[in-house]
Design a binder for this molecule. Structure first.
Ligand code: MN
Length: 172
């Protein structure tokens, strides 16, 4: 009975069909104190189909993470009061009691060699150097997201059969 009331599905813009199908509706938290960077990064992410919530500092981020689940957190490292390292440490401390693990991608202005290690040591799962390039950000998200979604959601269509065969061979 309710079928007749359903509107026809909207046609999708051709250029972004594949990424938006995979990413549409995945909710990310962008933690960034700089207003311009907030705009640039959130626009970059929304263009890929992600839903983006923005937190302007570590305290706001922890409050948002308490209210709601995010697939990935994009965490600016340099923020006043509570930086990205402290915020991630507080999140990981909280998670140690629940067993949850929200992936954190650091947004870092340091392109220094030890930076990756410092981010990983702080409990972050990956990092992207600033100024953020869409390619870098998307690549890092594609690396992180399959873990957040149990390994199934972002797998390329053509790789499905091969990956499944590999999985069963390895007994994973
Ligand atoms: Mn900052």
């Amino acid at each position: 009975l309710q079928l007749s009331a359903q509107p026809a599905p909207k046609p999708e813009p051709p250029a972004v069909v594949a990424p938006s199908r995979l990413r549409a509706g995945l909710r990310l938290l962008l933690v960034e104190d700089n207003a311009i960077n907030q705009l640039v990064a959130s626009e970059m992410l929304r263009r890929q189909g992600y839903l983006v919530d923005v937190a302007a500092n570590g305290r706001e981020a922890l409050a948002a993470l308490e209210r709601q689940t995010f697939e990935v957190v994009l965490m600016d490292v340099q923020m006043p009061e509570m930086d990205g390292f402290e915020t991630t440490a507080a999140l990981r401390d909280r998670e140690s009691r629940t067993g949850a693990h929200t992936p954190v991608i650091a947004l870092t202005a340091h392109a220094m060699k030890g930076d990756r290690e410092r981010c990983l040591q702080a409990g972050m799962d990956g990092y992207v150097s600033k100024p953020i390039r869409a390619d870098d950000l998307n690549r890092e998200l594609d690396t992180i997201l399959p873990h957040a979604l149990g390994g199934a959601a972002i797998r390329p269509v053509n790789a499905g059969a091969t990956a499944a065969a590999t999985d069963s061979k390895n007994g994973v």
